[in-house]
Design a protein around this ligand. Sequence first.
Ligand SMILES: Nc1ncnc2c1ncn2[C@@H]1O[C@H](COP(=O)(O)OP(=O)(O)OP(=O)(O)O)[C@@H](O)[C@H]1O
Ligand SMILES: [Mg+2]
Length: 186
Amino acid sequence: MKIKQSIRKQVVEKLKHLTNEQYIKQSAQIAQHLFDSRCWKKAQLIAITIPRDQEVDTYEIIKMGWKQNKIIAVPRADFKTKTMTFYELTSFDKLEESAFRVKEPKESLCRTISKEEIGLVIVPGVAFDKRGYRLGYGGGFYDRFLPQIKVPTIALAFTCQLVKEVPIDIHDWKIDHIISPMGFYR
Ligand SMILES: Nc1ncnc2c1ncn2[C@@H]1O[C@H](COP(=O)(O)OP(=O)(O)OP(=O)(O)O)[C@@H](O)[C@H]1O
Ligand SMILES: [Mg+2]
C-alpha cells in the first residue's frame, strides 16, 4: 500500500511539470491513436471520465464521440458502496463538481446507462505498466467495476505515467490496452 502511494505521488509530481503546450499536443496525439483504433471505431457507447488536473484531455475525445454519433457515458462514484453508476452525457453543461473535484453527470439531467450497453471503457489512472496493470487514485472503484464487464478497456497515458512495474494486490485488474503519445504501448 505504501509503495503504491509513493509511486502515485512521484507520477503526479512529474505530471505537474508538463507544460501547457506539451499537455495539449500530447493529449491530441493520444486522442488520434484512439480514433484510429478498431476498439474506438467499433464501439457505439463509450465509458469515459472527465479529466482532473493533468490527466489526459478527454474533452476533445468526448466531442469527437458526439460528432460520430456515439453515446458517451460518464460515471458517478458512490463512496459508501465504492461503486460507480454511469450516465449518458450529452453536454458538458450537465456536469457538476462532486467529491474530490471530480466532474460527474447531474443525476436529474442524465439517463442511467446499464453495464450491458457499454462497448468500450476508457479507464483513468495515475500509472501503468507494460503488463496492463494500473495504479488508480486509491479508491478501488475500477478494480471493482472492471471484472463485471467483458468489453475492451483502454487507458490513456502521458509518457511519464508509464512505469516499469506497478505494485499489485490480489484485487488489481488489468487493462487491455494503453495508449501513449507514441501509439499503443500495449
Ligand atoms: N474487487 C474488490 N473487492 C473488494 N475490495 C476491493 C476490490 N478492488 C479494490 N478493493 C479495495 O480498494 C482499495 C483500493 O484499491 P487500490 O489501491 O488498488 O485502488 P486503485 O486501483 O488505485 O483505485 P481505482 O480502481 O479506483 O482506480 C483497496 O484497499 C482494496 O482492498
Ligand atoms: Mg488497484
